[in-house]
Design a protein around this ligand. Structure first.
Ligand code: KIV
Length: 261
């Protein structure tokens, strides 16, 4: 399927047209060179994830990430890409306090950094209202349910969601609420595969899975996990396709040896 848009980038329309036609390939990116490589490789969506807190800044959670960090990295990813839709994660406490704060911060991602959409976590009633306010204001929103890393303290760790009947019912309800509030897409992170399939079949917007099997409309991975360039071990569901840390170590060692000899 060949998809062309007026700006050359994917839009919500071209992406939504992919449902049931072609899977959406989404990767995280945080800098200009990686963004241009992933864009040239054909990524449909580049996510400037707040996972940069872990893989770029070395924090042990995404909670210390700030708006300033997200704006700076988003600008780099936008400048490095031509075709992919760029989505920016709203960081912890930039959208939970009030819908007004969410509007202001999401607006900055689009107006100052050049993103085309924002992503935020959760689907509880006041967050659904915030998403409605954002989409009504013309700000495209990608939701995120299941494992939501910004709530790690509340959840008590990182684990698979949708294992009990009440959890399944809640996630199905949340998926419907995200669609109703105007999300063009949402991430299902670490959700039981059969539930992810049921959710995908029950909504018109795009579901993007991570650690949720191969049943969603698309998939997202943290690029450092794919390239073998993460501070820790890559998660089990991420197929590691390169060993970039060894390449960097060996290239640097060769340079250092040559310089000193
Ligand atoms: O921050 C991030 O990279 C994410 C993806 C893992 C979905 O939210």
């Amino acid at each position: 399927m060949s998809i062309q848009t007026f700006s050359g980038r994917h839009t919500l329309r071209t992406l939504k047209a992919m449902k049931k036609q072609e899977r959406v390939a989404m990767l995280t990116a945080y800098d200009v060179v990686t963004a241009s490589c992933l864009d040239e490789a054909g990524a449909d969506i580049l996510l400037v994830g707040d996972s940069l807190g872990n893989v770029v800044y070395g924090f042990d959670s995404t909670l210390p990430v700030t708006m300033e960090m997200m704006l700076a990295h988003t600008g780099a990813v936008v400048r490095g890409s031509k075709r992919a839709l760029v989505v920016t994660d709203l960081p912890f406490m930039s959208y939970q306090v009030s819908a007004e704060e969410a509007l202001k911060n999401a607006g900055r991602c689009l107006a100052e950094a050049g993103a085309q959409a924002v992503k935020l976590e959760g689907a509880y009633p006041s967050m659904i209202e915030t998403i409605r306010r954002l989409t009504e204001a013309g700000i495209p929103v990608m939701g995120h349910i299941g494992l939501t890393p910004q709530s790690v303290n509340q959840m008590g760790g990182y684990y698979t969601h949708g294992k009990t009947e009440s959890d399944r019912e809640r996630l199905l309800r949340e998926a419907k609420a995200l669609e109703g509030a105007g999300c063009f897409s949402f991430v299902l992170e670490c959700v039981e595969e059969n539930l992810a399939a049921e959710i995908t079949a029950s909504v018109n917007c795009l579901t993007i899975g991570i650690g949720a099997g191969k049943v969603c409309d698309g998939e997202v991975l943290v690029i450092n996990d794919v390239l073998g360039f993460s501070p820790g071990k890559s998660p089990k569901f991420a197929k590691v396709r390169a060993d970039l840390k060894s390449i960097v170590r060996e290239s640097a060692a060769a340079y250092i040896q040559e310089t000193k000899s």
